[in-house]
Write a protein that binds this ligand. Structure first.
Ligand SMILES: NC(=O)c1ccc[n+]([C@@H]2O[C@H](COP(=O)([O-])OP(=O)(O)OC[C@H]3O[C@@H](n4cnc5c(N)ncnc54)[C@H](OP(=O)(O)O)[C@@H]3O)[C@@H](O)[C@H]2O)c1
Length: 312
């Protein structure tokens, strides 16, 4: 890839998209194209094709999607499935028709079966049933990665996909109801500190394990894949180790500076006991994560305070 190539980052206002724009600029790419939803609604096929006709991007990173935590996914399966299918079909097929050279589609670890052997390898895909609470989202993502795989094999084009673990960092969504685990927990600890509460409640037993990768580490990986990866099979991008929700809560308590005890609400569901990706293929590309969880949480909290996200 040439540093002057035109690279369209779809979803540049989101956590991942904004991280990818920063990473591309750090690597010296000088021609990054972005469009807000108001300028190009990616659900609208005509609008997407008009954009490709006019701007002729050479490469695309597809980081636009309808994204949310467990509550949002469970209550809006229709919207998660429909909007994601529309966005990815329009962008991936539009890119195919408009001679885009390289495209990287972002999916998520929820594409893998609920009971996949741990750590989860790429070849676990479609070996058994999905987690029902986010099935609409996962099925859309599977369709997207398969479309890229078929284009790679059938048309010989460099359309690839990457499946990250849970992500966090600057640009994350701190919505009180619809956020992922880290921003949701950070908000609860911050409020408890502000309001001098006695304790913070941790949902479930706290014993389930989750893997978290900082968005800047992911973004470095995305740029590396765009530059070097040329296989039809999707590739996992994870931190490589996981923590229990209890351990995450203890770290969060220290980062936010809350003094009181943690109380487990065991009436809340725990979810899948473990979700750790096998990222050995990704590590073989020479990439490795550089931001330890505690450091990443500190950066994220600092960013959240600066942005005033807790005032919403
Ligand atoms: N967050 C995670 O933990 C995580 C983990 C694994 C994988 N991923 C994947 O990473 C990708 C990006 O996630 P994220 O966390 O960065 O999400 P995000 O912060 O919600 O960003 C999504 C972006 O997509 C844009 N978008 C949504 N619908 C659009 C439409 N119809 N037209 C134009 N733009 C639209 C949004 O635009 P607006 O700014 O206008 O809303 C936003 O900029 C997703 O594919 C997701 O599956 C995320």
């Amino acid at each position: 890839m040439d540093k002057a190539d035109r690279i369209f980052v779809a979803g540049h206002r989101g956590m991942v998209g904004s991280g990818v724009v920063r990473a591309l600029e750090r690597r010296g790419y000088s021609n990054v194209l972005t469009r807000s939803r108001e300028e190009v609604d990616l659900i609208d096929q005509q609008s997407v094709h008009r954009f490709f006709d006019n701007e002729r991007p050479q490469h695309v990173v597809l980081a636009a999607a309808k994204v949310g935590g467990i509550h949002a996914n469970r209550t809006q399966q229709v919207e998660f499935m429909y909007e994601n299918l529309m966005i990815q079909n329009n962008v991936i097929y539009g890119a195919l028709q408009h001679e885009v050279e390289r495209l990287l589609f972002l999916g998520s670890s929820c594409i893998y079966p609920k009971h996949a052997p741990q750590p989860i390898r790429e070849d676990s895909l479609l070996t058994s049933s999905l987690e029902p609470t986010n099935e609409g989202y996962a099925l859309a993502k599977i369709a997207g990665l398969k479309l890229c795989e078929f284009i790679h094999r059938q048309k010989g084009r460099r359309f690839i996909s990457a499946m990250p673990c849970n992500l966090y960092g600057s640009g994350d969504n701190f919505h009180p109801e619809f956020s992922h685990v880290i921003p949701g927990m950070m908000r609860r600890f911050h409020q408890a500190k502000q309001e001098n509460r006695d304790a913070v409640t941790v949902w479930g037993t706290g014993q389930v394990r989750r893997e978290f990768l900082h968005v800047d580490d992911l973004a470095e990986g995305v740029v590396r894949l765009l530059e070097t990866y040329d296989e039809s099979e999707t590739i996992n991008v994870g931190y490589g180790s996981d923590v229990t929700i209890q351990e995450l809560s203890e770290l969060m308590k220290a980062v936010v500076g809350f003094d009181g005890p943690l109380v487990n609400d065991t009436s809340m569901p725990d979810g899948t006991p473990r979700k750790l990706l096998d990222s050995s293929k990704m590590l073989a590309t020479g990439w490795e994560p550089k931001i330890p969880l505690e450091d990443g949480l500190q950066r994220t909290y600092q960013w959240a305070l600066e942005q005033g996200v807790f005032r919403d």
